[in-house]
Design a protein around this ligand. Sequence first.
Ligand SMILES: [Zn+2]
Length: 325
Amino acid sequence: MEGMPEPKEIVICGLDGVIALLEHRLHHLYNDDGVKDWDRFLEACTDDMPNLPLIDRLNQARGEGVPVMIVTGRSSAVREQTIEWLRQWHIGYDGLVMRPAGDFTSAGKFKAAVIERSFTGATIRRVYESTRQLEVARWCAQQDIPCTLIGPNQGNGESREVFELKVVNHACGHIALHPFYGDDDVAWDERVHQLADTPCRLCQAEEMAKERKQKADEARLAAREQGLPPLEGSEKQVEWAEGIRIKAFSAVNKVLKWTDQVSAEAEAEDPDHWSTVTQGIKRAIAYLEEQVDAKWWIDHRHGIMNNLDGGRALLSAVAEQEGYF
Ligand SMILES: [Zn+2]
């Protein structure tokens, strides 16, 4: 065949947690509220920092004529933003395969399928992947493809070449694989023992979910005792919103206590003004009591703090919005 010969070797590289450092947005997925906001997590990708040491390596490979293919589980819904981000940081690459929007195949399965389908003729020199994608690492191990895993918080350090997957029998009875890095293998056995004394990640997550549920039940009970109406929404939304609402009303109660304390003096000073204020507070509280939509509480959660100032800010925001003052 005439023309360019097929490249003999290629490098395959992931994006999230590999080239793009995403620690700053993981809180959209892993937080005390236990709710995964995938949309916000995805949208925040434009603020990622680049993993410069890795990019140096990729450039080195490209300099040697080895194409770099980015294969990512990131949704193609943000393809334009991703291309712009790569351009902005001067990251060279020779192909970008993103997971189609709405495709919920696991990232590992998706990547393995892309590699098998699209790069059959090529020899894969190395795959760079995130420690969050052990599925890919396992697949590479099966195919005898060298795989470098990039761990968290290594943006300014070296990526870790040496890794091993260790089998850990966790205290909960589950068996899990854990990645180990670097050449400090003398400490590995100790770490395996430490891990074995703890429950696996799934069981830990389950435990946290249980605690959250318990907190939500307590909040629901407190809401009923205070005569607040039941919230409406999905089970998860209601569970989340109960805690937010009870926090809001705890702050509101602090405001009521404060008005009791200052009312005599405030009334003597300016009765008209004080009457407007107390009426506004009353109507704002009534407005909040009527909010039974769990989503409303979730949407307003950032403005709610359980202290006097937080309560005052919340009530005046409502009063202003509704024109009570
Ligand atoms: Zn377990």
